[in-house]
Design a protein around this ligand. Structure first.
Ligand code: NAI
Ligand code: MG
Length: 365
């Protein structure tokens, strides 16, 4: 059996608490002989700064390069508020994203039936929802040049941001979307504004061309980004994988994630370039939430976003979609049995802490 290299970076605040529950689940998966892991652990964020004087060591970055998947808890906290800008806890995460060239941000919106009533939408619209937004993360209007505010002779000011995309950037994100669709519902919806943006027109053409080069088995649709925003709230279950640029993806992924409840439930992934030798993609998996200093150290954090991030790693990096589904079903079962951490508590439920929630998922696996 091939060994899969995992690097765990628990980080700060509730990061180590939720990561401990990932370790518990990993131990069960190993004990059942389902997959063999080589697990390494290192520091990131404020906890790395305290030891190394910077938010991630070169050694930890090298380990991240060598890993099949990196799992990160969270970084930051008031303890490091006074630290110089370049050494802030976030710098560790940013360095990883940049060094591993993580250009594809994956944000799923999964609605566990037991939590469907917590959604802002009606239960029937979200019950069973499982969609994935693939957002381009390293290009587009957030990075394009020129980017400036200039003074005009008439005393007014002029602000410019520039949306730039080159063919290769669109091609590689489209490939990620098509590959993900193959281990999901086999459908991709590409969103842009080709009606008013040249970059949208190129986006549309390159996604179409990439589809024709070996991804014809995946169903592809195009939708204008504003119309897609509407459809996301009107009938979200029509979507499987949505691929879009940095700006539209930023907005649409926040909308999609809130179709399904609490911050403590939301996993994410960031994927990078394919290794030319192994063909594997660099990958970082992390919950959407931060280090939650207000509840850190109390043992009450919801570990499900972190555990669901492990499920994503199993599906998208470790070639084990079946184990990922088993893990997602274990999470669903635990919720169906009424287990709730404080953030998702409803009257009459079983209030549990971080460890009890992790134990319950491990037992249900
Ligand atoms: P946050 O996500 O840490 O917390 C927001 C609220 O949600 C808090 O009330 C918190 O208790 C709650 N919450 C978050 N995760 C939870 C969980 N798993 N279970 C139960 N409740 C949970 O965001 P906030 O407060 O804005 O930032 C706190 C620190 O985290 C800051 O230093 C910030 O820079 C950092 N941060 C780090 C991120 C990362 O590592 N990727 C992302 C966002 C913030
Ligand atoms: Mg955002």
């Amino acid at each position: 059996m091939a060994t899969h290299k995992l690097l765990l970076l628990p980080g700060d605040g509730i990061g180590p608490e939720v990561m401990a529950e990932v370790r518990r689940v990993l131990a069960v998966i190993e004990r059942k002989g389902l997959i063999a892991f080589e697990i390494d652990e290192d520091l990131v964020g404020g906890s790395a700064y305290d030891v190394h004087g910077k938010a991630i060591s070169d050694e930890a970055v090298a380990k991240a390069h060598a890993a099949d998947a990196v799992l990160l808890g969270a970084v930051g906290g008031p303890k490091w508020d006074g630290v110089a800008y370049e050494h802030r806890p976030e710098a560790g995460l940013l360095r990883l994203r940049k060094d591993l060239e993580l250009f594809a941000n994956l944000r799923p919106a999964i609605c566990y039936p037991a939590l469907a009533d917590a959604s802002a939408l009606k239960r029937e619209l979200v019950d069973g929802l499982d969609l994935m937004i693939v957002r381009e993360l390293t290009g587009g209007v957030y990075f394009g040049e020129p980017k400036e505010i200039t003074d005009l002779p008439n005393g007014q000011k002029r602000a410019v941001d520039t949306q730039v995309y080159e063919t290769y950037e669109i091609e590689r994100i489209a490939e990620v979307a098509f590959e993900l669709a193959r281990v999901r519902g086999n459908r991709v919806t590409s969103a842009e504004k080709r009606n008013v943006m040249k970059s949208g027109l190129l986006w549309n053409q390159v996604v179409t061309a990439t589809h024709a080069q070996g991804y014809e088995d995946v169903k592809l649709d195009h939708m204008l980004a504003d119309a897609l925003g509407m459809q996301l709230v009107r009938a979200p279950k029509q979507f499987d994988v949505i691929v879009t640029d940095n700006l539209f993806g930023d907005i649409l992924s926040d909308v999609a994630s809130m179709l399904t409840g609490s911050l403590g439930m939301l996993p994410s992934a960031s994927l990078g370039a394919e290794d030319p030798v192994t063909g594997k993609r660099k990958a970082l998996y992390e919950p959407v939430h931060g280090s939650a200093p207000d509840i850190a150290g109390k043992g009450v954090a919801n570990p499900l976003a972190m555990i669901a991030s492990l499920a994503m790693a199993l599906k998208y990096s470790l070639g084990k979609p079946d184990l990922a589904d088993t893990l997602d079903r274990a999470i669903a079962a635990v919720l169906a049995n009424g287990y709730r951490t404080g953030d998702i508590y409803v009257e009459g439920a079983k209030r549990v802490g971080t460890a009890e929630m992790g134990e319950a998922v491990a037992a249900a696996f």
